[in-house]
Design a protein around this ligand. Structure first.
Ligand code: ADP
Ligand code: MG
Length: 693
């Protein structure tokens, strides 16, 4: 679909300018300088030629096919120009100009106008208020962009709304001597979207790595769908900014988005299998490693070094990221003992010593490539005066080119003096970083992608024993009555309908009936006051625990009646279910996406430790299990120091039932089960709240 945009046969510039410092001139120069393979048509009613190219008075005068038009004209002229492009049969328009939805309603009206005209002709709009695209494919060489970083052909493609960040990332690669392929920065993105571009890059054989930057997602559901599909094929590296309240506000002011903290984007990244980064430097470094290195088969790293300390730093970083440093196989050890200096350390890390030669490095590299104990090789390389560092670099390049296992290099040198060594490594496609931690993190990113590829996505279980109709009826009735908070009877009714296990319960409207209900449930019981006005029940004295008999129930009920004279006051009577591990489960609607599901340690732990994890609906069986494994206090679930563990299978099932419930009943805005008492052989929710829209 976007082929004509990224591989245009002809490019016209409406608003082509004779002034050198004008964008309408620069775009033409960039196309020429980058060696664009198609035709370039400046459109200008007054000029005869621009930058040595014949200029046309109107797009309609252009003789050849035009796949892409740049528009560098004031916003108010854009709708008519789009109309002309339609008549010409143009496929894509990159609107570089601003003055549209980003400035307010007036601009938004123009945007709507030109969009309608474009749709009429089947033209797709890129932008407005944007930079444009670059395709470095030697067959195309399209620089439809007014920026200034001229990439070497490469395998990394970059997509972002923000031109500034896209450009920073682009420069990051260029400055490390790493080429890029497709670049797309689409500003307001009023038509062609980021997910659409990511899908295109997923299908583009020349793209090995997709790098994206986001501040918020316009259409999170589609993003998730597309990213999931593409991340299964090739690494997708992403960074989300605007994480602090202040950052979100800054993002809102330049994108017109909502200033809110959002955890949904992180969860989308996680669920889709995107590698997420908090730091653009790490994102760029990882991109460099992915661009030239194969994906490791596992997480076991062998280290070769000619200096001690930096290898220690790298080891710490890699181990903290979950990589393993297995010992050398006996064969490797024997092989290296024969070839390295007698003082060399033949363990993992292998220290060839500062005097280690190219032959030594090569022996280590070959041995580790052959050694089944290793999935990837980390090279620490300081460039001493007394060895032939160029030869060492050449050996590293040769082995790297074999593409057997990924190699990442921490190159410690004076780049002003060892220019040849650096050049050999860079041109040889060896990812070289200037700090051990940076190199180690790039290696960890390669391993992380392997883990993403290998992880069990699981399947969405559909429980057929649920009563969706009953749950929906309860919600519809409450909505009809204009209530946002459901009553205890409604909440527990919904739990029953979805077989979410709760402590035996009943609701009563008087002290007498509370006693009758308690008799039926069996003592000891708990009595809770239930009213829309009571939120944190225990804080307000609305929970009476461990009531052993009818008199105690009656007394507690009368006490509460006196305390809360709410018109809607009812009593919830529950089986007293003490002694379990208190768990919290929750769900929160995320507009345009579904629901966020929460799991963690409940009770006092929630407030103090915030030991909770999240996922998005629909939660698969494998994801539910991973949620259990992801909390810090997961050992408590298994039991510590002689304490019994809890019924993890039922917890995981309940997470999935909850996921199904909120998916079936999207009107549920918030749902909290806190706590769920978890025991060795069963779990029981003892407090539940549901808010609807
Ligand atoms: P709230 O969270 O509104 O203050 P809860 O219903 O969660 O009220 O009750 C407060 C605490 O009392 C719970 O965290 C739990 O420790 C305990 N509790 C509540 N109901 C039961 C019950 N049925 N069995 C055992 N303990 C309970
Ligand atoms: Mg509670």
């Amino acid at each position: 679909m976007l082929d004509a945009l990224f591989r245009p046969r002809g490019v016209a510039v409406i608003g082509a300018s004779t002034k050198e410092l004008h964008i309408g001139n620069r775009v033409i120069k960039n196309l020429i300088d980058f060696g664009y393979k198609g035709e370039i048509y400046p459109i200008n009613p007054k000029a005869d030629e621009i930058r040595g190219l014949k200029a046309y008075k109107s797009i309609l005068d252009v003789p050849g096919p035009v796949d892409v038009v740049h528009m560098v004209i004031p916003a108010k002229f854009v709708p008519q120009a789009v109309e002309d492009c339609g008549k010409k049969g143009v496929k894509h328009i990159i609107i570089n100009s601003g003055g549209f939805s980003e400035i307010g309603p007036e601009g938004a009206a123009i945007e709507k106008d030109f969009l309608e005209r474009a749709a009429k002709y089947g033209i797709r709009i890129f932008g407005p208020n944007c930079q444009g695209i670059i395709n470095s494919d030697p067959e195309i060489r399209a620089y439809c962009n007014f920026t200034f970083t001229f990439p070497e052909p490469g395998y990394i493609s970059i997509v972002a709304l923000s031109g500034g960040v896209a450009e920073v990332i682009h420069q990051g690669f260029a400055s490390m001597g790493v080429g890029t392929r497709i670049y797309a920065s689409n500003g307001n993105a009023c038509d062609i979207t980021i997910p659409e571009i990511i899908r295109y890059l997923g299908d583009d054989e020349g793209t090995r790595v997709v790098v994206t930057y986001v501040e918020g997602l316009r259409d999170p559901k589609t993003f998730l769908e597309v990213a999931t599909e593409v991340a299964a094929k090739k690494p997708v590296l992403a960074m989300k900014a605007g994480r602090t309240k202040e950052g979100a506000k800054a993002a809102a002011s330049h994108t017109g988005g909502l200033a809110k903290e959002d955890i949904a984007t992180d969860l989308i990244f996680q669920k889709a299998g995107i590698l997420d980064f908090r730091d653009e430097g790490q994102l760029i470094n990882a991109g460099v490693a992915f661009a030239s290195q194969p994906i490791p088969k596992g997480n076991r790293v062998g280290i070769i070094t000619n200096t001690g300390g930096p290898a220690v730093i790298a080891t710490d970083v890699m181990v903290a990221a979950g990589l393993k440093l297995p010992p050398l196989s006996e064969k490797t050890e024997a092989y290296l003992k024969e070839r390295l200096f007698p003082e060399a350390s033949v363990h993992n890390p292998v220290d060839v010593l500062a005097t280690g030669t190219a032959e030594h490095y090569r022996a280590c590299l070959d041995a580790m490539m052959d050694d089944d104990n290793f999935d990837c090789v980390f090279v620490n390389f300081v460039t001493p005066f007394f060895v032939d560092t160029d030869s060492i670099a050449k050996q590293i390049v040769e082995v790297s080119k074999q593409q057997r296992k990924p190699i990442v290099c921490n190159l410690m040198t004076d780049r002003r003096q060892w220019t040849e060594t650096v050049r050999i490594l860079q041109e040889g496609g060896v990812p070289c970083f200037a700090l051990p931690s940076e190199a180690a993190r790039a290696m960890a990113a390669l391993v992380r992608y392997r883990q993403i590829l290998d992880r069990d996505k699981g399947r969405v279980k559909t429980f057929s024993d649920v009563d969706t109709k009953a749950a929906r009826e309860i919600i519809d009735r409450a909505r009809a009555a204009g209530r946002k908070m459901l009553t205890a009877a409604e909440v527990y009714g919904i739990c029953d309908a979805y077989k979410i296990p709760t402590a035996a319960w009943a609701v009563a409207d008087s002290a007498d009936n509370a006693v009758k209900a308690a008799d039926k449930i069996g003592y000891p019981v708990v009595l809770k006051a239930d009213s829309e006005a009571i939120v944190h029940k225990s804080d307000m004295g609305a929970v009476a625990l461990n009531l052993e008999n009818g008199e105690a129930v009656a007394a507690a009920a009368k006490d509460m009646q006196a305390k809360f004279d709410a018109a809607d006051l009812k009593f919830l009577i529950q089986k007293f279910t003490p002694g379990g591990l208190e768990i919290i489960l929750g769900a929160k609607a995320e507009p345009g996406l579904g629901h966020i599901i929460m799991f963690g340690l409940g009770g006092i732990y929630v407030e103090v430790m915030k030991d909770v994890v999240f996922n998005l609906t629909p939660v698969t069986d494998a994801e539910a299990n991973r949620m259990l494994e992801s909390i810090k206090g997961k050992a408590l679930l298994d039991g510590v120091r002689g304490q019994a563990g809890v019924d993890k299978a039922q917890l995981a099932e309940t997470i999935q039932r909850l996921s199904q419930l909120v998916s079936d009943c999207p009107q549920i805005a918030e749902l909290d089960l806190n706590p769920v008492m978890a025991f060795e052989n069963e779990i029981r929710a003892v407090d539940a709240r549901i808010a609807i829209e």
